[in-house]
Design a protein around this ligand. Structure first.
Ligand code: P53
Length: 471
């Protein structure tokens, strides 16, 4: 492994910060989401409801605990720490001309603290993030105006922090909204709340296009402000396997991969792939895509590919070999894999496969900015014996090492998701924990917020100090 390999951890602003009304912050998307569970989805409320519990409002109060937490990251030996900027701390309503200085100061302090501890900040500009006012007033990313608001936000952040932050990403898991039948995925990716009877699929592709233009603009702005900046896309990498070697299964999985990964094609190559152009035509979508947009996209190719990796998917073909893909209904179980308590298949080999595919297709550096194991932890005598998390991480890091050392894939870093316990994105629970550090906070909002080191804390410390040799 390269000596400058970026070992670290990752979180997102709204899943850790809390302080949802402090420092002049406006309401953001996550502030409107109730707590759910593996079986009941989170509810999006359009107003803050006094009877509803909103887990992100306090989260783990990283806003006030960040110094203590960074000291722990330093003790593990993190080379980098990935977080995101809360858009609503900087532009509380999203459409203001001037930013909120108090919000900017918070991130100055956070990045300074990281740098003081020898930890490089890695920053996602929009991690399921936007001021809720943009959703209510403009309909979120269904509206072209969002490009300008995002541009203001991006320029403000890049001008302010470019000397402190070198690695940036535009939109977290921009491809989750492929699952257009999931209200949660579309709301968090694009700030869109559907009306009854709307053509969801069309709306999602229009929003995606505006985001791709905005992402390309962000890349161009970054390079113009500071050519030393590296700015990446961020893709939820779930390799898609055919259920069997039946050609119809193979074709079906290919069609699904097109729908899930075309974003990466556009962001890395600067052009729409042919299959998407014919898809839009076939569906009669008539999207608002201008020549100027295509020019912007062409001039805004990313420097690297950020991915999250948790699991793989499996698809079965139909008799009429239809390549369309409805993620809410089409996936089937993989009989060869076991799953986490939340039903996510565990597939370390899938990571090696995914890394190879990305290398084959795009020849760009890859940064694994999320990988981790969400499970229930038991705090006993001030610690957690989380052997199952260690096993999961060990298998995935080994698979990544094989991709690097045997297959020659260019991976530049690896950050463990939820390196400190945080609010689960999909369920809003605290008990779906990923951390190397336990936070005493429960599903119902109770808890002292004290931090405790788990066994995985010490294990990862040794992984980093041996540069991945001692797994
Ligand atoms: P939670 C789907 C597939 C892979 C990753 O998720 C995903 C999703 C969306 O659910 O999300 C990422 O907390 C996301 C993080 C999130 C993490 O995975 O639901 O970037 O914000 O917390 C883990 O277990």
């Amino acid at each position: 492994m390269n000596q400058d390999f970026l070992w670290g951890g990752a979180v997102a602003a709204h899943q850790v910060e809390g302080a949802y009304r402090e420092g002049g912050k406006g309401l953001n998307l996550a502030d409107m989401m109730s707590a759910g569970s593996v079986n009941s989805p989170r509810i999006i409320t359009r107003k803050i409801d006094a009877h509803c519990y909103y887990p992100n409002h306090e989260a783990i109060d990283f806003y006030h605990h960040y110094k203590e937490d960074i000291a722990l990251f330093h003790e593990i030996g993190f080379k980098c720490f990935r977080t995101s900027i809360s858009w609503a701390r900087i532009f509380p309503k999203g459409d203001e001309k001037t930013p909120n200085e108090e919000g900017l100061i918070f991130y100055d302090n956070l990045f300074d603290e990281l740098l003081k501890n020898g930890i490089q900040p890695i920053v996602t500009l929009s991690h399921f993030e936007m001021p809720f006012a943009l959703c209510e007033k403009y309909g979120g990313w269904r509206n072209r105006k969002l490009i300008t608001f995002f541009e203001n936000f991006v320029r403000t952040c890049l001008e302010r922090y470019h000397e402190k932050v070198k690695y940036w990403m535009t939109f977290n898991e921009i491809n989750n909204q492929t699952n257009y039948n999931s209200d949660g995925a579309v709301f968090t990716n694009s700030g869109i709340i559907f009306e009854e009877g709307e053509d969801r699929e069309r709306i999602v592709y229009q929003a995606s296009h505006y985001e791709l233009v905005a992402s390309a603009k962000a890349v161009a702005i970054a390079h113009q402000i500071d050519p030393s900046l590296k700015i990446g896309c961020m893709i939820a990498m779930t390799p898609i396997y055919p259920y069997s070697c039946a050609p119809s299964d193979m074709l079906k999985s290919l069609g699904a991969a097109h729908k899930r990964f075309w974003y990466m094609d556009v962001q890395t190559r600067g052009v729409y792939p042919a299959y998407m152009k014919t898809f839009f035509k076939r569906k009669d979508f008539h999207l608002d895509i201008t020549d100027e947009d295509l020019e912007i996209i062409k001039n805004g190719c990313v420097d690297y590919i950020g991915i999250s990796y948790y699991m793989s998917f499996v698809l079965k073909g139909d008799s009429d070999v239809n390549l369309d893909y409805d993620e809410s209904n089409d996936l089937c179980d993989n009989p060869y894999l076991s799953s986490t308590k939340w039903g996510w298949p565990i597939d370390p080999d899938g990571l090696r496969y995914a890394l190879n595919r990305i290398e084959d297709l795009y020849h760009l550096p890859i940064f694994i900015v999320e990988n981790g194991f969400g499970t229930v932890d038991l705090l006993e005598n001030g610690t957690v014996h989380d052997q199952s998390r260690i096993d999961y991480l060990r298998m995935h890091i080994q698979s990544m090492k094989d991709a690097i050392e045997i297959d020659g894939v260019n991976v530049i870093g690896y950050t463990i998701w939820g390196c400190i316990d945080c609010v689960s994105f999909s369920t809003g629970e605290m008990k779906k924990r990923y951390g190397l550090i336990y936070v005493d906070k429960n599903n119902d909002g109770t808890g002292s917020l004290r931090r405790f080191k788990k066994d995985s804390f010490y294990w990862y410390k040794q992984v980093i100090s041996s540069n991945g040799e001692d797994l």
